[in-house]
Design a protein around this ligand. Structure first.
Ligand SMILES: [Mn+2]
Length: 350
């Protein structure tokens, strides 16, 4: 049976051990609009830190989508966007001697000036664990960055395993970490060719998690409105370009209103066009429901089509090779034009 290799060795491992040993009160932070990986990693890591005897709070800039609320422990996460919880979050951060920055590589991903400032000014030791590109190592005392990892949950699992914490991992903790592995790989459809990933899955399964139930909780949780909204987007708002090699989905806040859109309802839709044979790039443009002329951009691709470069050059964003995001400040119609230019500019690579 192959063995899972340690995540860190020697000096690096010692540094993390020392960081943890010196900490009594920890706060775990994740990125805005936290996904299954951010929430899963935070909950899994929190369990381990509590096992070490630390007092732990989890602070997210804003709430997770409804389909993640069932995750064990999610109900105790503090949302900085909530006035009452913000007070508790501020207190926890002020009292913390360790801040763990999970699933983001740049503090602007906290997306709240007040929260960013709190983290920057904090005298606590900071540990960043992340798998995004270009980590801002200056924002943490120690950074575990591994862009080739499937997910932050994978890194957190490997770290817990390396630190000897696997035996103490509970079924709930395993369930949370599995969620991140599953959601960040589209249920092992991409970013998941590392054979060691399945060693980790096996080790998580040995904790008694019900992965079929987890799958249903995450993916088979549509409201009737959401499913009909997807049908509407497919029929009315999806355009193909370059003989089907690229796609743009553009929808307005009034489209969302018509289908009683709830946060998370469009989650995953950007992947749909890639189901078409030969489609290699999908760009989704979503109008903000509150701020005028603000467009949320999401990009997905396959193989060597560089979403991250397209996001950088055209959409004020970045991310991974096959999954990136960005933002435009313009009308939806102008955003479509920008996306068409992006497809034109990268047509050689399609
Ligand atoms: Mn992630």
């Amino acid at each position: 049976m192959p063995e899972l290799q340690p995540l860190l060795q020697n000096a690096a491992l010692l540094k993390v051990v020392t960081l943890l040993k010196n900490a009594g009160k920890a706060v775990i932070l994740g990125h805005c609009r936290p996904d299954g990986d951010a929430i899963g990693a935070a909950l899994g890591w929190a369990e381990y830190l509590r096992h070490l005897g630390k007092q732990v709070s989890i602070v997210m800039p804003d709430p997770e989508a409804d389909f993640l609320k069932w995750m064990p422990g999610a109900q105790h996460i503090l949302h900085f966007s909530d006035d009452e919880q913000k007070i508790r979050a501020r207190k926890a951060i002020a009292a913390a001697d360790l801040l763990c920055l999970l699933d983001f590589s740049q503090t602007h991903r906290l997306n709240d000036e007040g929260l960013i400032e709190l983290v920057k000014m904090s005298k606590a030791q900071k540990l960043m664990i992340d798998h995004h590109l270009d980590p801002d190592t200056s924002s943490a005392d120690f950074t575990i960055s591994s862009p080739e990892a499937s997910s932050t949950c994978e890194l957190v699992f490997r770290l817990i395993y390396t630190l000897g914490g696997y035996d103490h991992l509970s079924r709930s903790g395993a369930c949370c970490l599995y969620c991140g592995l599953m959601t960040d790989t589209g249920s092992f459809a991409y970013n998941s060719n590392d054979p060691d990933l399945y060693l980790i899955v096996s080790l998580l399964m040995r904790k008694g998690i019900d992965k079929e139930r987890i799958y249903r909780n995450i993916y088979h949780c549509f409201s009737t409105n959401r499913l009909k909204f997807w049908g509407f987007l497919l029929n009315e708002r999806l355009q193909f370009y370059k003989s089907g090699k690229a796609a743009i989905i553009a929808y307005s806040s009034s489209d969302m209103e018509a289908y009683k859109y709830k946060r998370g309802d469009a989650e995953g839709f950007v992947n749909e066009p890639l189901k078409v044979r030969g489609c290699r790039l999908s760009i989704s443009l979503r109008e903000d429901t509150v701020v005028q002329d603000k467009i949320h951009v999401s990009l997905r691709s396959i193989e060597d089509v560089p979403c991250n470069l397209i996001a950088q050059r055209f959409f004020n964003g970045g991310g991974h090779l096959n999954a990136s995001g960005g933002e435009l400040r313009c009308s939806l119609a102008e955003a479509v034009k920008t996306a068409e230019q992006a497809i034109e500019a990268f047509s050689e690579q399609l």
